[in-house]
Design a protein around this ligand. Structure first.
Ligand code: F6R
Length: 612
């Protein structure tokens, strides 16, 4: 969602801001803008649409001049994408400029209050009020802007990361956050802010991770963080050890393809981080047998693809641990007064660690006394700072909006976690544990095998890309992967698609099947394969074009009923969920490319969903 950047130093700000915004494009946006203080005055450039429009408007950043500025990519929530609604927003007199990521829930009440005080609101956004509130408080006191900003954020309900420029202090800008991501970059003779690491990678590797209600005062020479009592805060410098190439396409046409191709490597890194000598251990998430035995329930909470990993977690954790597991979509969980308490473990799953609904579900669970384990990809993210225990997926930065490599790492961490818990509970022998570890260590090579011949998926896509509807079916963990296969396809190709448990077909969805409707059956579990065969036969009888994703061992069962067979290498149950979803990611990718879609930045979607 919205992205923020800021710069102060000896160089011209505009080109640096534009380069930073380019690196934040992946978060999703529909307009962009920047403000720079030049000769004591704010110079603003804003444009609806792609960043390229802003780049053209500013002639590649040749103007405006000025060496302090803030920039923004906006993902519209309140008010359509337009030049006026784009950020930065200026205060009435033009003294202050503000960029905002998040949502101000009480903005209408604030608009009315400000209108009463003579302020004229020009945009439809929830953000503009912030600039006017700052001006209101600044005009009424001699207080420093830090004090003014504290008063201002005291009036705001909701979430925000803000960058604020003040023309009276052209040597510094301020930033603050509450429940929206913000980092401060430490340069040499210049300093920065950004919503996310990729924007700062070409500039610095040293950053401060700003926490909620912390204010950063940033000049070219100095960065100081304060709490709401204006007391200075000392913070550790966080060193980013990413390779710059991690945030580059590296010769691939799309980030999504690069990230799919990286899956064997990141699966290996994730597995090798936790598997040692035939045992699994999570350094930041240690549980004793007694703690696990005392658990009443496990709740798994997440959104989107991470929720699909959660559906898999339900099957896998229940099967192996015998502990009842509920799985919930975070936005549903947080608003229904969930029945969680001190005897429960809540597992949240999130690539970004910033998804607003998941973050709030995490906080609510902790308020109710539950222990919270977070499975996360981004180190130092908001969820990492709130959870009791953390297991990191070692997928590296994921730039394409549609998740691929982080998802398979989530699934793999869940496989490891379920086996680890079962072992601690005495439900798995040393031998079984060692076998599981071997299987996990073999996973990268098997994933490599699936990725070897992309032309298979390309060929299928070239025959099927102009379908208008697609259906995905599966049972048990294959159903969890069907959910993911269906989402992958719809979000990047814009083709309508649904997933349903195969046994549910006859209770409704089968009425949608007509001649040539594509039905993809995911069937890797031998014990359920006969049932899946019957389900495929049912849709084929009604004219469907059928595709099955299965193993070599089960292949013969589906010959004759499946029009297309995607063959996976023979593999163990702990390996098959990951192996089965990779061909469906590739199929979705090629279908989207053939339909001319913007694969890395699908319409209306954002990478990091920081508003609910
Ligand atoms: C789909 C996708 C989204 C995310 C969801 C949760 O490809 O990426 O559905 O899975 O927005 O995001 P995180 O995992 O960052 O909490």
């Amino acid at each position: 969602m919205c992205g923020i950047v800021g710069y102060v130093g000896p160089r011209q700000a505009a080109p640096i801001l534009l380069a930073g915004l380019e690196k934040l494009e992946y978060r999703g946006y529909d307009s962009a803008g920047l403000a720079v203080i030049d000769d004591g005055k704010l110079q603003v450039a804003k444009a609806k649409g792609r960043l390229q429009t802003l780049i053209d408007q500013t002639e590649n950043g040749r103007h405006p001049a000025g060496s302090i500025g803030i920039g923004h990519t906006r993902w519209a929530t309140h008010g359509e994408p337009s030049d006026t609604n784009s950020h930065p927003h200026l205060s009435q007199s033009g003294r202050f400029a503000v960029v905002h990521n998040g949502i101000i829930e009480n903005y209408q009440a604030l608009q009315t209050w400000l209108a009463d005080k003579g302020f004229h609101i020009v945009s439809e956004t929830d953000s503009e009020v912030i600039a006017h509130l700052i001006e209101y408080y600044a005009e009424r006191s001699d207080d420093d802007l830090i004090d003014v900003l504290i008063k201002t954020i005291g009036r705001l309900d909701g979430s925000f990361a803000l960058g604020v420029l003040d023309t009276k202090r052209p040597d510094r800008f301020l930033a603050v956050r509450k429940a929206s991501p913000l980092i401060v970059g430490i340069g040499s003779g210049e300093n920065y802010i950004a919503s996310d690491i990729p924007a700062l990678l070409p500039l610095t590797r040293d950053v401060y991770l700003v926490d909620d209600n912390e204010i950063a005062e940033i000049t070219a020479a100095h960065i100081q963080l304060f709490n709401l009592d204006q007391e200075p805060i000392e913070k550790d410098v966080y060193h980013i050890d990413w390779d710059v190439s991690a945030a580059e396409k590296g010769g691939y046409e799309h980030f999504m393809m690069k990230e799919m191709a990286e899956q064997p490597r990141v699966l290996g890194e994730t597995v090798r981080s936790y598997v040692h000598g035939g045992q699994i251990a999570f350094g930041l998430a240690e549980f004793s047998a007694a703690e696990l035995k005392a658990l009443r329930h496990i709740h798994v909470v997440a959104c989107g693809s991470a929720y699909h990993a959660g559906v898999y977690a339900k099957y896998e954790l229940e099967r192996l641990t015998g502990i009842p597991v509920n799985v919930d979509i975070a936005s549903e969980f947080r608003y229904r007064n969930p029945l969680v308490g001190p005897d429960d473990l809540v597992i949240v799953i999130s690539q970004s660690g910033e998804t607003a609904d998941t973050l709030e579900a995490l906080k609510e669970s902790r308020r109710k006394g539950a222990r919270v384990l977070a499975i996360l990809n981004v180190i130092g993210s908001s969820m990492a700072r709130e959870a009791d225990d953390i297991i990191y997926t070692i997928a590296g930065p994921e730039i394409a909006v549609a998740t691929t490599k982080a998802f398979v790492c989530q699934v793999t961490v869940i496989t490891m976690l379920a086996h680890h818990f079962a072992y601690l509970l005495g439900r798995l022998s040393d031998r079984e544990m060692a076998d599981c570890c071997d299987e996990l260590l073999q996973l990268p090579a098997l994933a490599e095998n699936v990725l070897q011949d992309m032309s298979l998926y390309q060929e299928m896509a070239s025959r099927l890309y102009n379908q208008t509807d697609m259906y995905f079916i599966g049972r048990s963990s294959d159903f969890a992967m069907s959910l993911e296969a269906s989402l992958k396809l719809k979000e990047i190709s814009y083709i309508h698609s649904e997933a349903c448990p195969a046994g549910e077909l006859k209770h409704g969805p089968i009425s949608l099947i007509e001649k040539n409707t594509l039905v993809v059956a995911m069937s890797t579990e031998a014990r359920l394969a006969e049932k899946m065969k019957s389900n495929i036969a049912e849709v084929k009888t009604r004219g469907a074009h059928t595709m099955v994703v299965t193993t070599r061992a089960l292949q013969s069962l589906f010959q004759g009923v499946a029009d297309d067979i995607v063959l996976l290498p023979d593999a163990r149950p702990s390996q098959l969920p990951v192996l089965s979803v990779i061909p469906m990611q590739l199929f979705a990718y090629y279908v989207a490319v053939l339909n001319g879609r913007d694969v890395d930045k699908p319409r209306n979607l954002a990478k990091s969903v920081t508003v609910e």
